[in-house]
Design a protein around this ligand. Sequence first.
Ligand SMILES: CC/C=C\C/C=C/C(=O)SCCNC(=O)CCNC(=O)[C@H](O)C(C)(C)COP(=O)(O)OP(=O)(O)OC[C@H]1O[C@@H](n2cnc3c(N)ncnc32)[C@H](O)[C@@H]1OP(=O)(O)O
Length: 292
Amino acid sequence: MALLAGRTVLLRAGVRLGAEAATRGGNGARRFASHRVLVEPDAAAGIATIKLKNPPVNSLSLEFLTELIICLEKLENDKTFRGIILTSDCPGIFSAGLDLREMCGKNPAHYAEYWRAVQEIWLKLYLSNMVLVAAINGASPAGGCLMALTCDYRVLADNPRYRIGLNETLLGIIAPFWFKDNLVNTIGHRAADRALQLGLLFPPTEALQVGMVDQVVPEDQIHSTALSVMSQWLAIPDHARQLTKSMMRKATADHLIKQREADIQNFVSFISKDSIQKSLQVYLEKLKQKKH
Ligand SMILES: CC/C=C\C/C=C/C(=O)SCCNC(=O)CCNC(=O)[C@H](O)C(C)(C)COP(=O)(O)OP(=O)(O)OC[C@H]1O[C@@H](n2cnc3c(N)ncnc32)[C@H](O)[C@@H]1OP(=O)(O)O
């Protein structure tokens, strides 16, 4: 199927990227149909722009994560593409992180399924052979920040409301070791120690200072900057860049891969605790009441 620049399109006959939501059919198999992951391919440039579109805040629900995983798999296997720009279609929000409703009031089997999907998206992004540039055009707490941290380069729009960081402690929860590893690899141990313990959400100037992002630009220049960064990275021969990326990241990814099941069990038992459920419910309630 032909790829059209600048449009959300069919990538392969009969399969619509950005049009897939997991639902259970009668036989329990997954079916896909909805529109949360928009893909704008530029085949000539070898770049696909992924726009996250799960309003209002791009929270990472199981369905949304499933779509994103499938989308990344398709792009990864399509030799047309060498780079992805990851950005948001929701005004002012890159991603609010993990969907708190997936972690509240559900059963252990659901928590385990959800956590496997969270691990999977991280592994897919972190180990991608493609160049990943995050064009962060909104607030990016916790899991939203994590997605940006998996990218090879981060451009943040200059707006004091667009704070980024791993704020888990503010919710009474603990960033898993692989969130921590990814952060340490990005900003160093001392800065990560402070940021994680205090649950810091950095506004753009501070995010740049601490190394959480690589560049801060006016909002209207975010996409053009991401494109120009991308062309710089794509100028490097793929095999050399990919092997170097793997050399830099493999140990961190293997750390999770080796203990994936144990990490799921840890998550399930932690999140199922009454005290943690209570904290998350209080936090969600506060978010809801903020408006009133
Ligand atoms: C054991 C360790 C496990 C896991 C590690 C956890 C990782 C995580 O990612 S946990 C999630 C952490 N996320 C946050 O703390 C962000 C919370 N949200 C916000 O701070 C704000 O919503 C925002 C800055 C992202 C956007 O602000 P604003 O534009 O003012 O929107 P609202 O706050 O009014 O939110 C609109 C709507 O969305 C609901 N919502 C927000 N975030 C989440 C979320 N992460 N999960 C589920 N739902 C969320 C919010 O409650 C509002 O809902 P209603 O319209 O129904 O009131």
